[in-house]
Ligand binder design. Structure first.
Ligand SMILES: [Zn+2]
Length: 285
């Protein structure tokens, strides 16, 4: 938990998933990434699907909402999905909150492991927004990609994660780097997917950047460690560099969605000019 500006920031575990280790680190050889991310017999590594709750007097803002009820049994088995140990409802109830208390849901992007929990299947097979009193926020460009995905990303953008939000008219489309509520704005990146947005809050002492899939784990602080999933790896590298310089200037924190252990860290530039994570803060299990 952190307090920045008038916001209280609390990580929320929504579950875990095992994805291909090579795909998470692009061209980085396994001999390097497996030290930090041990793989199973099928080369998968454990990843968290962590959300962030940002609260002040007026708002309960949820940033991303995990996989939710998407994927099905075959998928859950293939990717060792665990939403029993942790899930969004359990994590919220640990804070004496329910889905009806969430006022804003800011979605980084519509990939299923970030936005699957945005909607929930009803007994008749239809979908409704999971957070009945919330307004949802996405970048217009990311919604457009989700509606007409390219072949490479088609499996990650499921229509059921956005159609119910549009039908119920609860989705606000944002254009670029804007303030969503006073004191909370978003930055936008294009390296991982088109129009991913990253919450940014700051005060006079520090800042917080929501890493999303641009900086998924502390290992991704190294500039060349970009995901194989990224659409534009060289763009992702430039975006990370710019962002880390801003964070270093603010003595700020990165929030990690996918690392099973590390939730926050700061970043420093070492004497060889390489960026590295410091002051690692671990998840409470
Ligand atoms: Zn993604």
């Amino acid at each position: 938990m952190k307090t920045i500006n008038d916001f209280v920031v609390t990580p929320l575990e929504t579950g875990s998933i095992w994805l291909d280790g090579g795909a998470m680190f692009g061209t980085v050889p396994k001999v390097l990434w497996e030290q930090q991310h041990p793989s199973n017999a099928t080369n998968q590594i454990e990843l968290a699907m962590r959300s962030l709750l940002i609260q002040n007097r007026q708002h309960n803002i949820l940033v991303d909402c995990g996989l939710g009820d998407k994927g099905g049994e075959k998928f859950a088995k293939m990717y060792h999905v665990d939403q029993n140990t942790h899930n969004i409802k359990k994590s919220l109830s640990g804070l004496q909150l329910g889905v009806e208390d969430i006022t804003h849901v800011i979605l980084s992007h519509f990939h299923f492991d970030h936005a699957g929990g945005a909607t929930s299947m009803q007994p008749d097979g239809s979908y409704l927004p999971t957070f009945p009193n919330a307004q949802y926020f996405i970048q217009t460009e990311n919604l457009e990609v989700a509606q007409t995905p390219n072949p490479r990303e088609r499996a990650s953008y499921l229509p059921e994660n956005h159609t119910a939000l549009l039908e119920k008219d609860v989705l606000t489309k944002l254009n670029g780097e804007v303030e969503v509520v006073p004191g909370l704005s978003v930055k936008v990146s294009y390296g991982h997917t088109c129009g991913q947005q990253h919450v940014w809050i700051e005060d006079e002492h520090t800042a917080l950047f929501f890493g999303g899939d641009l900086v998924a784990t502390p290992s991704h602080v190294s500039l060349a460690w970009v995901q194989g999933y990224d659409l534009q790896p060289l763009v992702a590298i430039e975006e990370k560099k710019k962002l880390f310089d801003q964070l270093i200037a603010k003595n700020g924190w990165v929030f990690y969605q996918h690392d099973p252990k590390v939730v926050f860290s700061k970043v420093q530039k070492n004497d060889k000019g390489k960026y590295e994570p410091i002051d690692l803060q671990l998840a409470c299990s």
